[in-house]
Write a protein that binds this ligand. Structure first.
Ligand code: PEP
Length: 248
């Protein structure tokens, strides 16, 4: 099965609405002929601006987080219905920074994934091990546990349409990239885990990304691995280099 490639940028807590307009106008011509899906996950304050600025282009807008409740007394949070009505197509769930700084649990991430599907928003589900876990040879067990918890109760049709991002924590924002062999090994394990949980059609369809210090020089090598369908890109998505990564 041939899966459409996808490159998603994660701006994290960067870019004001005014900077968003400027950056997107520079990005548009760089990615207009891209063969891959192009997604930019922007801060909540930039979502409406980014959707307006990308109308009529091949750039899709994602959010970086979402609450699992429909509405209510959750000060500072954003609901799935709000994202849907704004035109958001993707949402990053379970990023390691949110797991660490906001104490997000696998159970919450699971509730968020289920809600995102109900609202027609595609989760970009992040998983990844710490350096310690890798050194102790716990990577595979840990990743399998994260995937199984996040996908509890999720249908195979939904899994076929979702995105999983393997992001080793030791490679995020550190400039240290997993080698293409290391990245492929874990992405293959994730695909195998999906096959065991669902079936071969589902594991063939799900798109699996690598994330962790991807840049214009290492993207082509990483993305050429058989189980890596593109990338989730942090730091380098804030520069025009993002266009080169998309086209890699
Ligand atoms: C990320 O935050 O998802 C990420 C992969 O960051 P970076 O590319 O900066 O390592």
């Amino acid at each position: 099965m041939s899966r459409k490639r996808i490159v998603a940028g994660n701006w994290k807590m960067n870019m004001t609405p005014a900077e968003t307009v400027g950056f997107i106008s520079k990005l548009k011509p760089l990615v207009e002929d891209a063969e891959a899906d192009v997604v930019v996950c922007v801060p909540a304050i930039d979502i409406v601006t980014a959707i307006t600025a990308t109308r009529g282009t091949n750039i899709m807008i994602g959010a970086q987080n979402m609450h699992f409740e429909e509405s209510g007394a959750y000060t500072g949070e954003i609901s799935p219905a709000m994202l849907e009505s704004a035109g958001v197509k993707f949402v990053i769930l379970g990023h390691s920074e949110r797991r660490e700084y906001n104490h997000e649990t696998d159970a919450e991430i699971n509730k968020k994934a289920i809600k995102a599907f109900e609202h027609g928003i595609t989760p970009i589900l992040c998983c990844g091990e710490t350096l310690k876990q890798r050194e102790l040879d716990l990577t595979e067990d840990f990743i399998r546990m994260q995937i199984k918890s996040a996908l509890a109760g999720v249908s195979k049709i939904d899994v076929q349409n979702m995105i999983i991002a393997y992001e080793p924590i030791w490679a995020i924002g550190t400039g240290e990239t997993a080698s293409s062999e290391q990245a492929e090994e874990v992405c293959k394990t994730i695909r195998k885990c999906i096959e065991e949980m669902y079936d071969e059609n589902t594991s063939d369809a799900v798109r699996i990304l690598y994330g962790g210090s991807v840049n214009a020089s290492n993207a082509a090598e990483l993305f050429s691995q058989p189980d890596i369908d593109g990338g989730l890109v942090g730091g380098a998505s804030l520069k025009p280099d993002f266009g080169k990564i998309v086209n890699a």
